[in-house]
Design a protein around this ligand. Sequence first.
Ligand SMILES: *Cc1c(COP(=O)(O)O)cnc(C)c1O
Length: 239
Amino acid sequence: MTPSSSDHAYLADNWSDVRCRVDDACRAAGRDPSEVSILPVSKTFSADVIRDAVALGLHRFGENKAQEIRDKAGPLADCGIEWVVIGHLQTNKAKDVARLASEVQSLDRLELAEALDRRLQSEGRAIDVLVQVKTSSEESKSGLAPEQLPAFLEQLRGFATLRVRGLMTLAVQSDDPAQVRACFRRLRELRDEAVGRGHDLSRLSMGMSGDFPLAIAEGATEVRIGTAIFGRRSVRTDA
Ligand SMILES: *Cc1c(COP(=O)(O)O)cnc(C)c1O
């Protein structure tokens, strides 16, 4: 647990603090902490900061823009990082993603699946994907409408390069924990229904710095944590 520079000791403190809070939330929910992993979200933070996080033993990072992965992958090529796409992806970014990302959690439409599949085939790679579902009625949130999920999951069976592992969502932004929790519950129910139709979906990516205990209570298998690990972002980004 030695950060590469004492300037970045805060990262070690934040990381162990977040891990403790995740473990506490698991125990409060009667779950084993080993069931819930943490995806550090490094969007807007520099390659240098990510390198310090690598020195703490982290090797998987969530980014919401293909362009940022492109910019960071070069300088961090020696770190063995697995880049995870968690933001809305334009189809014309499929080439970069197929080359650089190990996973996409924001798969939300057939056109994107087709573009990724085509590019992955030429790279000779397959990646894990989660389908992003819109569990709130907020206009700003992207994701597939819940009622479209069954048909979409059937269509995804046709793409050998896309290994569908589970579902992802962003909860409504609200001060009312009941409303936030209802989004997470919805995702779990959709997952359970899909499993009932024969889909092998074990993963639920839900919960961020401000709401992860509720997500863990509803069955999250991974939480995506940015601010609580890296600090406040100076740039506003759209999820
Ligand atoms: C930025 C982002 C996160 C992390 O948010 P924090 O509140 O900083 O923890 C999680 N998921 C998605 C999709 C994001 O864009």
